[in-house]
Design a protein around this ligand. Structure first.
Ligand SMILES: Nc1nc2c(ncn2[C@@H]2O[C@H](COP(=O)(O)OP(=O)(O)OP(=O)(O)O)[C@@H](O)[C@H]2O)c(=O)[nH]1
Ligand SMILES: [Mg+2]
Length: 655
């Protein structure tokens, strides 16, 4: 038997799906989290006798007439895959909106059972819903549920299985009266709501939540408050508990204990010194340098999950909506970006909720600017090594990201888009007490993914990097690193980095490995610089200072954060952009932004801070002139196109 979960966005479908199947699909306290259909068997405890029940989670939809791509997935599945039963998940705190879709689902003729979800919130508010009355009016079974604490789920499945067996074909779909149009339908629903719901606090009354929203979603205060909140989260994660634990991991565990033990063990066995170096310096050193930041990342994501679950992040989307509208994007673009702070790949995939193609493409290009979790080790490493006293370095990357998203959005529109676009109204979920369990599982998921990545791709890359720095082209071990294969490869790229003030093939090598996975930047430094003594890498004034001043260190951070993301994310960009031309534009744009920003930081920063010209000043000015000229020509070309288009449409109107 197949059961489909359908309902409005953010009603709790995926939470219910996860609870019933034991899966760990993404949930989030905003609309449009699920963009694909997912299918799985029910957990044994919810199966009924020997009836094997499959559950299908669908993207949220407001109506059977689809407006967005994922809504169409839902409609197509419900209409053509004909599930045996539809469980319609309804957000009980928002019935007047949800029942619109319910009545449409009932009309299709497939048995429908309504899960009246988020009943915990209704009860807490003291509202009352006359379930029996509503059930009679809609002619379909209604079960009260609380998906987050798995309440009512057994009854729900029983009701669904019952409905699939006793559905009498005669009366199917006739249960709700017929409507001539959407207004009719909405009026009928409004009447139901008036009849069957008793609110303790009238909706016209100003609640505490409204008062909070007046402050945190305020048009001017909203953004500064968001910065403060993020600052606090970062201070706690990078400087506070997370930093403390990471310090222990980096300095003691991976800096001393494990390498010493491994060395003793390997010497004891009597392995070849080169093999020993590979294992200790290459594998343990490189992977350890990355895994050392695991506690920091876990603490950070724990805090971010709490913020998101409480409903605060959705407010941030509303605040940003005002600013993004000015650049032709909308609050819808914010969700990919917030998701992208975990990993750019699901962030880029989340752009599927954006109907307008240009808006979707621009969001896809801008989302990787938000520092993802793989970039955090780089930020943390450089913060510790060069700015041990300053807590502003980490948060400043987010400020630059927001700034570049706004400027970048404007620029992309000017360069590549000739026609104009869409409207969007962000819905605000209810505030709620964030769930510790939710934050905890989110944190564990992130940690698992991180460890998986470290033990696969990063381990492999480090082994490779170690070989390439230990061997020459003739496959003989080299005495000095500068004779190695890696030095050779790095030297080819290195000249490109001169205008940025980055000298040394090592920096080029780290940047290249960073495209495979951003954590590799840290791991590669660990292998290259700290051979024998990993600890010096994570110390204030450690080995990295031979390459950077604080200013160029900051520029290197900017460069690695704002140039194109890792290959996997580029793959995601490719499939979401859906055109090679746009992929080319995207990569060119991202590379241009990262390069130019780093160049400006180095050149302007060195001049301001040290009162002298940085390395590569003259080439930098030449590059800058080329960039400015290129952008100018690009905008001119786009203006010509726009003019042509408007003339064409005028001619069309006259004809
Ligand atoms: N208080 C409360 N919160 C719930 C309940 N069920 C789900 N939630 C919360 O509602 C939010 C949305 O849950 P999801 O499961 O992602 O919603 P969805 O319907 O899959 O949303 P889309 O994929 O965007 O369509 C999350 O913050 C959940 O924790 C519930 O019974 N009670
Ligand atoms: Mg979902």
């Amino acid at each position: 038997m197949k059961i489909a979960l359908a309902g409005n966005p953010n009603s709790g479908k995926t939470t219910l799906y996860n609870a019933l199947t034991g899966k760990r699909e993404n949930v989030g306290n905003w609309t449009g989290v699920t963009v694909d259909k997912k299918e799985s068997d029910l957990k044994a405890q919810y199966q009924i006798k020997n009836n094997s029940i499959k559950l299908v989670d669908l993207p949220g939809a407001y109506s059977i007439a689809p407006f967005t791509g994922e809504e169409a997935i839902t409609r197509d599945f419900v209409l053509s895959a004909s599930p045996d039963v539809i469980i319609n998940i309804v957000d009980a705190t928002n019935l007047s909106r949800s029942l619109f879709f319910t009545t449409q689902l009932i009309e299709i003729g497939i048995p429908v059972v309504v899960a009246l979800n988020k009943m915990d919130l209704v009860n807490k508010k003291g509202d009352y819903i006359d379930v029996v009355g509503l059930q009679e009016s809609l002619h379909c079974k209604i079960i009260e549920t609380t998906a987050t604490s798995e309440k009512g789920l057994k009854q729900l499945i029983e009701a669904a299985s019952e409905a699939s067996m006793h559905s009498d074909l005669e009366n199917r779909g006739k249960s709700v009266k017929s409507f001539s149009n959407d207004q009719d339908r909405q009026k009928y629903i409004n009447d139901l709501v008036v009849k069957f719901i008793v609110k303790k606090v009238a909706s016209s009354q100003v609640t505490f939540a409204d008062k909070v929203d007046r402050i945190v979603a305020h048009k001017y205060l909203g953004l500064p408050i968001f910065f403060l909140v993020m600052w606090a989260v970062y201070a706690f994660s990078i400087e506070g508990l997370g930093g403390y634990l990471s310090g222990y991991f980096n300095d003691i565990l991976f800096g001393e204990t494990i390498p010493t033990a491994a060395n003793q063990l390997l010497e004891g066995i009597g392995v070849h010194p080169l093999m020993q170096a590979l294992i200790v310096d290459g594998m343990i050193g490189g992977v350890g340098a990355v895994v050392g930041f695991l506690p920091l990342i876990m603490v950070l994501f724990f805090c971010l999950s709490l913020l998101e679950d409480s409903g605060y992040m959705a407010r941030v989307a509303v605040v940003m909506d005002r600013y993004l509208k000015k650049i032709g994007l909308s609050g819808k673009s914010i969700i990919p970006m917030i998701v992208g702070s975990g990993c750019a790949i699901p962030g880029i995939m989340a752009t599927r909720t954006i109907e307008d193609l240009n808006e979707k493409r621009i969001t896809t290009i801008l989302t990787p600017f938000v520092p993802c979790s793989a970039k955090l080790p780089i930020i943390a490493l450089f913060s510790v090594a060069f700015f041990p006293e300053s807590s502003w370095v980490g948060p400043s990357m987010y400020v630059i990201a927001i700034f570049m998203i706004v400027i970048g959005g404007l620029l992309l529109r000017k360069l590549f888009v000739w026609e104009n676009t869409s409207q969007f109204i962000m819905e605000l979920p209810e505030y709620k007490m964030p769930s510790l369990k939710y934050a905890f599982t989110q944190m564990l998921d992130k940690a698992k993914a991180f460890i998986y990545k470290a033990s696969t791709i990063i381990l492999v890359m480090n082994t490779l990097v170690w070989f390439m720095q230990a061997y020459g082209w003739n496959l003989q071990a080299v005495d000095v690193q500068s004779a190695s294969i890696l030095a050779g490869v790095g030297s080819i790229i290195a000249p490109l980095l001169i205008p940025l003030g980055f000298a040394g093939w090592q920096l080029a090598a780290a940047t290249i490995t960073g495209f495979i996975a951003k954590e590799n930047v840290v791991a590669t430094f660990a292998v290259l610089l700290a051979v024998g003594s990993t600890d010096a890498l994570h110390m204030p004034g450690g080995v990295l200072t031979q390459f950077f001043t604080p200013v160029t260190a900051y520029a290197f951070l900017v460069f690695n954060l704002f140039t194109p993301p890792c290959f996997a994310a580029i793959g995601a960009m490719n499939s979401e952009l859906g055109s090679k031309k746009w992929l080319g534009r995207a990569l060119g744009f991202q590379f241009g932004v990262g390069y130019t920003l780093a160049l400006l930081v180095t050149q302007v920063g060195t001049l301001l801070v040290y009162g002298e010209f940085a390395q590569g000043f003259i080439p930098a000015m030449i590059v800058l002139a080329v960039v400015v000229g290129g952008v100018y020509l690009g905008i001119r070309r786009a203006d010509v196109k726009r003019l042509e288009l408007s003339q064409l449409s005028e001619i069309g109107q006259e004809a």
